[in-house]
Ligand binder design. Structure first.
Ligand code: DAH
Length: 335
């Protein structure tokens, strides 16, 4: 019996090794390992063996069966891998499939960069409503009804007292009204004006910034804005503060950077001046302070408003703002 078992093992293993197809392998499995197969019929002979020999032969029979089964399953794996490799419907020389990647819109990217710079200087980020009250957009910023400054804003009105905010400055009033100094915030978001040409779109983005504390000076404003332009454009880019007027700041300034195209020597983009305006700023007007309940004798603060599309245009040399909103992938995928 022992000999027969070993012989069966040798025969089965070599047959399995030599087989070349899964069908053939299945036939071998039935022949040797099946319920009515050769191995089973040998096992039936175990009953006639003397009780002395039975434990040893029983163990041998089990070992033989496990060995043959493992040779069988290895062969099965081997045959299925080669079968896949030979499948003629797969062509491994074909180029891979192109999966187009999306990415953030250039305005979103510049917006994120601007926010990160001010966060780095300790400013909190606050967002407010796009549909705003006339009260916050104008009244609380020292622009009463019939004030000529309202003309500059080309406002979209929803009703007499409700409008699409024309700037992010109303967030100054909304925050100061609720919190006491010291505070420093930026308010990023969309703004709306009824205006459209190569430098204007009816919707665009601004970041408002302001800081209020005891003895804040214009020098603090200059420091913060210089750090900003150093980081968003390049370190050491020249800055110029030009006197200007905004009803909610006094004194007010418009801030220019040296032209990013000609570096100050004069070109078409800077209209030969060598300078390009990038933002409005100033010291928060005492009238605004009073309206939110701050004592202008104790506190002072500065504020500024930056147009994000404008920064993006200067950073990337884009000469038509409308490109940002034309949804042309040839343009958008360059960023
Ligand atoms: N809100 C102004 C605008 O949209 C920009 C601005 C100017 C904001 C001066 C300020 C500021 O905070 O101090 O044109």
């Amino acid at each position: 019996m022992e000999e027969e078992l070993l012989q069966l093992k040798a025969e089965a293993e070599s047959a399995i090794q030599d087989c070349t197809s899964t069908d053939e392998l299945e036939a071998l499995r039935i022949k040797y390992l099946g319920r009515k197969g050769l191995f089973s019929s040998l096992m039936r002979g175990l009953g006639k063996v003397s009780s002395e020999d039975r434990p040893r032969l029983g163990k041998l029979a089990n070992d033989v069966k496990t060995d043959v089964e493992s040779v069988f399953s290895n062969k099965k794996d081997e045959l299925s891998t080669t079968a896949n490799a030979q499948d003629s419907s797969l062509d491994y020389t074909l180029p891979g499939r192109y999966i187009p990647f999306g990415n953030a819109h250039p305005v979103t990217k510049v917006m994120d960069e601007v926010i990160a710079i001010f966060e780095g200087m300790g400013f909190g980020v606050a967002e407010g409503p796009d549909i705003e009250l006339d009260y916050y957009n104008f009244e609380m910023l020292n622009i009463p009804a019939h004030h000529p400054a309202r003309d500059m804003h080309d406002t979209f009105y929803v009703s007499e007292s409700i409008l699409l905010r024309t700037h992010t400055s109303p967030m100054q009033a909304r925050i100061m009204e609720k919190q006491d100094p010291p505070l420093r915030y930026i308010a990023p978001g969309k703004v709306y004006r009824c205006d459209s040409d190569i430098t204007h779109t009816p919707m665009f983005h601004q970041v408002e910034g302001f800081l209020v504390d005891r003895s804040v000076s214009f020098a603090d404003l200059k420091g913060v804005l210089t750090n900003f332009t150093d980081r968003i454009f390049r370190k050491g880019i020249p800055l110029r503060f030009r006197p200007s007027f905004f009803p909610f700041t006094e004194p007010s300034a418009e801030v220019d950077i040296a032209c990013v195209i000609c570096e100050g020597s004069g070109c078409r983009v800077c209209k030969q001046t060598g300078w390009i305006e990038i933002l409005g700023a100033g010291m928060i007007d005492p009238e605004v302070m009073k309206m939110v309940g701050y004592d202008p004798d104790q506190y002072s603060g500065f504020a500024f408003g930056v147009g994000i599309e404008r920064i993006a245009m200067l950073k990337h040399g884009i000469d038509d703002i409308r490109l940002f909103y034309a949804n042309d992938l040839r343009f958008l995928s360059q960023f």
